[in-house]
Design a protein around this ligand. Structure first.
Ligand SMILES: Nc1nc2c(ncn2[C@@H]2O[C@H](COP(=O)(O)OP(=O)(O)OP(=O)(O)O)[C@@H](O)[C@H]2O)c(=O)[nH]1
Length: 443
């Protein structure tokens, strides 16, 4: 995600951190570089210009020049301004009504149908009773797609085959939801190839006659500036209450997020981070700013790890941690469990750079197999206490697992990193982390 932005920023940040003091000329030249990075990453020129001007205003003032670490201060200001550009505060979905109706609109292929199912599954896991409704009266295939997704995720589905308009379907869905006691109704709409007037008129009729707690515009992040144009043209017909940005996982440039929020003024409420139904997240401007700048989205990562560890095994793990008894078997179990929640790539991507490179070996299916093979080639005593593994044993383990001594060493090093991460988590290192924001981790 955002590889291009992250790479370029990291070069500039390296320079910034190496400076003891910054002269106004140096600040000026760094801001120019930052502006170029934003432009190259598809951020609209006006958005980039305004953002850099705000950073400049704050950076060339006393805030930076009298600071002990001026470089870090510039990064902090940039992070803060990007966070504001992304909407500032996290905006949650409005699902206070009973039932709450959420309407999803967008272009064909934007990921709307998948997102409806993702959202339903997420709400179900939070204890809600969602109902998925398809209103595409023209394309049976679209209905089938949603129906299949609903069946797979065991979510209630409603469809009215004889209906001739989305309005008719939604009216009937309202009655159905009441009978079935569904508390959130997610309505999928026909995907438009481009902005087609007839379909949009149908949508307008729907939002004028039915009440929706949310009208969410689904936008494909990879389409960059095009997404802003799509947003503007939808606005003439329906007034979205928020945006769901999909495919941010494949958005290498990352500029679209910034442009979309600052140019529409609508909050991004959720982001799609992969094709799997679990891959949807609340959009947190502060965490997204950290991701864009490559500072590591530590908080989201921690939430994921916390979710991944089931209650029971957590208890066990805590006891083991206290007694310093974590073994390589636990390590293997943990990687497998984390992978079931999210792709490891995604997890590793959210770590700050220093931890990221240390955990690269456990990234990817092929590597996981290697890790498993290495651990399985060890004796139970070695798995319990890897410090007893000497050079000749390493050679044998490497031979037994079809790997190399370097790979065995790398795995042992990563095991130590993992232990550190776990410890930090269980020592409740997160509340200070939250308070201290991006500098909680030594970046
Ligand atoms: N990588 C990635 N792919 C996604 C994401 N969300 C959806 N997709 C993929 O995008 C493609 C289009 O998704 P759909 O849900 O069919 O899109 P749609 O907007 O409903 O399209 P129509 O049903 O044709 O209107 C599918 O292959 C999805 O798996 C995401 O967050 N990340």
């Amino acid at each position: 995600m955002f590889e291009s932005l992250v790479d370029k920023f990291s070069g500039i940040f390296k320079k910034l951190r190496s400076k003891g003091k910054l002269s106004p000329q140096e600040v000026e030249s760094i801001l120019k570089e930052l502006r170029m990075v934003l432009l190259e990453s598809d951020v609209h020129y006006k958005v980039a210009k305004d953002l850099i001007n705000r950073v400049k205003e704050r950076a060339v003032g006393r805030e930076v020049l009298e600071s002990v670490t001026p470089g870090e201060m510039v990064i902090k200001i940039l992070w803060d301004e990007i966070r504001k550009c992304l909407g500032g505060e996290t905006q949650n979905l409005n699902i206070s009504a009973l039932p709450s109706f959420l309407l999803l609109v967008g272009l064909q292929g934007s990921g709307k149908t998948t997102t409806c199912a993702k959202l339903a599954l997420r709400l179900k896991r939070q204890g809600h009773f969602p109902l998925l409704v398809s209103t595409d009266t023209r394309r049976p295939a679209a209905k089938e797609q949603l129906k299949t997704l609903a069946q797979n995720a065991q979510i209630d589905f409603f469809d009215e085959p004889d209906a001739t308009s989305p309005l008719e379907v939604v009216k009937k869905a309202r009655v159905f939801a009441r009978q079935k006691s569904n508390d959130v109704v997610i309505v999928d709409t026909a995907g438009r190839l481009h902005v087609e007037e007839m379909l949009l008129a149908e949508l307008r009729e729907l939002v004028e006659q039915e009440s929706f707690q949310e009208t969410l515009l689904v936008l494909d992040a990879t389409t960059g500036q095009e997404a802003v144009k799509v947003a503007k043209s939808f606005e003439e017909w329906v007034k979205p209450t928020g945006i769901i940005l999909t495919k941010v996982d494949t958005d290498a440039r990352g500029g679209a997020v910034l442009s979309i929020v600052s140019q529409t003024g609508w909050p991004v409420k959720l982001v799609g981070t992969g094709e799997k139904l679990e891959q949807i997240e609340t959009f947190h401007p502060d965490r997204m700013a950290s991701r864009i700048l490559g500072l590591g989205d530590t908080l989201t990562l921690i939430e994921k790890i916390e979710k991944a560890i089931e209650k029971e095994s957590e208890e066990k793990l805590v006891q083991k941690l206290k007694k310093e008894e974590i073994t390589l078997n636990d390590f293997l179990d943990e990687i497998k469990r984390l992978r079931s929640v999210s792709s490891f790539e995604e997890i590793v991507g959210m770590l700050p750079g220093n931890l990221r490179s240390n955990l690269s070996m456990v990234d990817g299916e092929k590597n996981l197999k290697k890790v498993e093979a290495i651990i399985c080639s060890m004796t139970p005593q070695e798995r319990q206490n890897p410090s007893i593994i000497n050079a000749s044993r390493k050679k044998r383990i490497a031979r037994g697992s079809g790997t190399s001594i370097q790979e065995v060493n790398k795995l042992l090093k990563q095991f130590e990193e993992f232990k550190k991460l776990w410890k930090q988590m269980h020592k409740g290192k997160f509340s200070p982390l939250r308070k201290r924001g991006i500098f909680g981790w030594k970046i």
